[in-house]
Design a protein around this ligand. Structure first.
Ligand code: 5GP
Length: 219
């Protein structure tokens, strides 16, 4: 039998909201980039932020950089799926691109903190799969923050002390991956994604498929 997606607008699988959180410097940006390169069906949620653009960051690719007035206007108009204050800056997830991607069967990758993850879970529990990424050691985290060298020393110190606080939320996540080795961490994350895509309730074509099988068997 052809699986043609009839009855659910041509979408055979319900897209999932794939959240990757970690303290800064645990390798989340690199892993997100790899996922986007290697998973053509995945869409990245580009957040809005009031933080200043870092060297090398591109408007619309890394973030939408906005001022506070614009941010609060978006929040007031219900345009944000979640939002939080992180390091004295505001960050939020625009709702529309996420809803559009999910409706067309795409998975969406979110690089958001624990506060945003909690909000997404409250709003869309069954669609959210969350992964918390840990650095292999405190030294490794510090080294990565310094090698990035995009932030001033006091900013790095702030991020180090915040890392411990952020890590205290590890148990709120569905999966935890220790990033000792980039390739190994990537393949774990890829496995999580693949197995979550196979969950029965995400395979919207199944009930029609089984009904057709039964019809044929009962002939
Ligand atoms: P950075 O300033 O280093 O790009 O990001 C700082 C933190 O803000 C990271 O932990 C990142 O995951 C988080 N973040 C980025 N965008 C969002 C967002 O839209 N919502 C929430 N809740 N956190 C975000």
């Amino acid at each position: 039998m052809a699986i043609d997606g009839q009855g659910f607008g041509g979408v055979e699988r319900r897209g999932l909201m794939f959240v990757l959180s970690s303290p800064s410097g645990a390798g989340k940006t690199t892993l997100s980039r790899l996922l986007m390169e290697r998973m053509p069906d995945m869409r990245m949620s580009v957040s809005v932020t009031t933080r200043k653009k870092r060297p090398g960051e591109v408007e619309g690719r890394d973030y939408h950089f906005v001022d506070k007035a614009r941010f609060f206007a978006m929040e007031k108009n219900g345009e944000l799926l979640e939002w939080a204050t992180v390091f004295d800056n505001l960050y939020g997830t625009p709702r529309k691109p996420v809803e559009e991607a999910l409706a067309t069967g795409h998975d969406v990758l979110f690089d958001i903190d624990w506060q945003g993850t909690q909000q997404l879970r409250q709003r869309a529990r069954s669609d959210v799969v969350s992964v918390f990424l840990l650095p292999p050691s405190a030294e490794a985290l510090e080294k990565r923050l310094h090698s990035r060298a995009q932030d001033a020393d006091d900013v790095i110190r702030g991020r180090m002390s915040r890392a411990s606080h952020e890590m205290s939320h590890w148990a709120e996540y569905d999966y935890v991956v220790v990033n000792s080795d980039l390739d190994a961490a990537y393949s774990k994350i890829e496995s999580i994604l693949q197995v979550e895509r196979l969950r029965r309730e995400r395979q919207m074509w199944l009930s029609q498929f089984v009904r057709n099988l039964q019809r044929q068997l009962e002939k």
